[in-house]
Design a protein around this ligand. Structure first.
Ligand code: AVI
Length: 322
């Protein structure tokens, strides 16, 4: 297996985003993409095994069950790009099937170097696979893949795990449009989206009784302590998961249990928090099938297939670039 990994972006971007999010008037925010340092990626991996968090297992079941059907609908893809590969465990089911009858260049695009390294290990023994990893933002990495891929070899872009749900609905469509701009007719996108389900089930998925999701959320503050010399007292924050019926999304927050001031020298910032005030760290939007098809059309794709898991409502939609 051939392997290359391209370098990470600078730290100052983290400082700028933290400064912008925590000095916002009204609701303070931190971008969820900063969850995934080495510890956060390891905690997320544990989350994917929690009985309450059914998303990852649903995605895995769909890929295991439909990999051959999917492969047969694809015009011999030789280049597979993945937006956010995580450990690569689920993707392996599909790649294993694809490499059976063609050589594949696999280009995972991932901002977490730790996740990219884990994904590389996951694919190590696939002989007909060339692994070309990009430690980049999704669109930046995809533009690089688009620039080097031979145009006669169709490109398959994977956006799995329902990461689309971490965008707002309108940002999600804007994002898919930008993905589409890096593709040409004949290319395809496999999009995973978590579907609406009972609120109680969703709240448990994002606030598990073992406290792993809480640790994942609080690690974001620990990361700022480590990387920006912040002095967040982790014992003064509590993980909160809420469901917004209006927006049809889970929101994760970190609630300050005391009035306090936190200093973040690396971002040149001191933040005053009231007791009960929250920092909003993540949204996970939940979808229905017609709206996924609408999103596909709005962003320049035709739907070529859709698979829904029987145990945990979750959909994979194969979209062809028109
Ligand atoms: C990566 N992303 C799709 C996960 C989600 O479900 O929104 C991240 C996550 N947050 C809490 N648990 C898992």
């Amino acid at each position: 297996m051939l392997t290359t990994t391209l370098a990470a972006p600078s730290l100052s971007e983290l400082a700028q985003d933290v400064r912008a999010g925590l000095s916002k008037p009204g609701q303070k925010e931190l971008p969820c993409r900063y969850f995934y340092d080495e510890i956060g990626s390891a905690l997320f991996e544990v989350i994917t095994h929690l009985p309450e968090y059914g998303l990852s297992r649903a995605g895995e079941r769909l890929l295991r069950k439909h990999a051959s059907a999917l492969a047969s609908r694809l015009p011999a893809p030789a280049v597979v790009a993945e937006l956010g590969c995580g450990s690569g465990k689920n993707t392996r089911w599909l790649l294993e099937t694809l490499v059976q009858n063609r050589p594949v260049t696999y280009c995972p695009i991932e901002i977490s170097g730790a996740a990219l390294a884990a994904c590389k290990r996951q694919m190590d023994d696939l002989d007909s696979l060339t692994f070309l990893g990009f430690e980049r933002e999704y669109l930046e990495g995809l533009a690089e893949v688009a620039a080097f891929r031979p145009t006669h070899e169709p490109l398959l872009v994977l956006f799995l795990g329902s990461t689309i749900g971490n965008f707002s609905r309108s940002e999600g469509v804007q994002f898919l449009k930008q993905v589409r701009r890096n593709m040409i007719p004949g290319d395809s996108l496999l999009l995973a989206a978590d579907l609406e389900k009972p609120v109680r089930q969703l709240l448990l998925a994002y606030d598990d009784p073992r406290g792993v999701t809480a640790a994942f959320n609080v690690n974001l503050l620990a990361r700022l302590n480590r990387e920006l010399e912040a002095d967040f007292r982790l014992d003064l924050f509590r993980h909160v998961a809420r469901y917004s019926r209006e927006e049809r999304r889970i929101e994760m927050h970190l609630l300050s249990t005391a009035e306090q001031t936190v200093t973040i020298p690396g971002a040149g910032l001191a933040v005053a928090l009231k007791q009960g005030e929250t920092i909003w760290t993540e949204s996970s939007h939940k979808y229905n099938l017609p709206e996924i098809l609408r999103m596909a059309h709005q962003s320049g794709f035709r739907c070529d297939g859709q698979w829904v898991d029987e145990e945990w409502p979750f959909a994979h939609t194969l979209m062809a670039a028109e």
